[in-house]
Write a protein that binds this ligand. Sequence first.
Ligand code: IPM
Ligand code: MG
Length: 419
Amino acid sequence: MHRDVMRVKEQKDRYRVCYMSGDDSGYDMMEGALLVLEAMNLPIDWVRADLGWSMWEKSVAKFGEGDPRCNTVPPETIEAIRNTDATLMAAITSKAGVKGFKSAILQMRQLFDLYINLRPAKSLPGIGTPLKGDPKIDIVMFRENTEDLYAAVEFYPLPKEQFDLHPGMERFKKCSEVAVSWRVFSKEGCERIIRAAFEYARSTGRKTVHCGNKANVIRQTDGMMKRIFLEIAKEYEQYGIKGIEENADATAMWLIKNPQDYSVVVASNVFGDILSDEASQLTGGLGFAPSGNIGESTALFEPSSGSVPKYAHKYRVNPSAMLLTAKMMLEYLGLDAEGAKIERAIGEVLVESKPGTLTYDILRDFRGDPDWEKNAASTIDMAAAIAQKIDPNFKGARLDEARSKVRGMCDWTKTVGFE
Ligand code: IPM
Ligand code: MG
């Protein structure tokens, strides 16, 4: 690695951070998160940008359907990401079957070569885990974020000459339709994600790194990943870190049986996509799952949750995932102590469980409240309760002022892009 990619390129007194509210309930979660950050007087200057379905619609309105300039990401947003120290992004909406539509987040991962998808799964006080004995879970997953089936090298229909590329294709010659997606792994790609995982273990004092793979079956791609993993693991023995490679299906099983045995996990893109959702379910589910897309040039932090279109602008969604995502971003900027305050405050609100402070999903899924619909706090009310754990004086006129400021920052009628 050229530098510690888990940290911003350059330490500064003040940072410029790009924020993107995404789509639908993304706006609500961003507004909630910004309210808490507003209470903290952070050395951050915010730069607004937009991306996602709303931008797709805007570009179609501007250029006309089928125009190659139509996109979910406007050029202004790419500039904003490029010219800021980090990006905080809320959930976006994707629609299947729309011609020319490309996922905004997948484009950003490729464009900025954000090769680490960092996905922590840590049990929170007041939420715990659905598992027997409520084991303490503190897993940090490093999912490769640019290669594998996500390289998007796909064929349909399969060109004739491809049937002759490999004897294994012989039996498919008689099939009526054949589609192929290449699973591309590179040595460089494997090395950098595996190294990132071991470096992280070393710098945080973690003692194991697991690698879930299927080298037993998928010999070339996973075989290479396993080989490189074992080589790099040797280098880290001197730090008392143990590299454990295992079959990814076994990882999926053991994560549920013995999650406390896992600390750092590294996986290829597709396996990591699946394993990270599984791990998040052990620690509260997507309402609490943060993630970061990190590369050499910048980092983009997004919650793992979706944009829940049916609740758009209704302030129903849990702000926790977005806030834990903001915590990761603060750590990236070197503001670790500030990030820790957010996690602590969320834990306190969850443990206290006071009326009017928890969103519907928490009441329904973790408190067994039959009146969850009626008793649900809004995204903003829960965020305010969290903010007040950080600063008890964040109330009255100060709270009102902050509320209207962040409302303005997340005004969905004033998107920026494709001007
Ligand atoms: C994720 C999501 C994305 C992925 C989708 C929305 C493109 O599932 O971030 O895990 O597949 O990577
Ligand atoms: Mg996923």
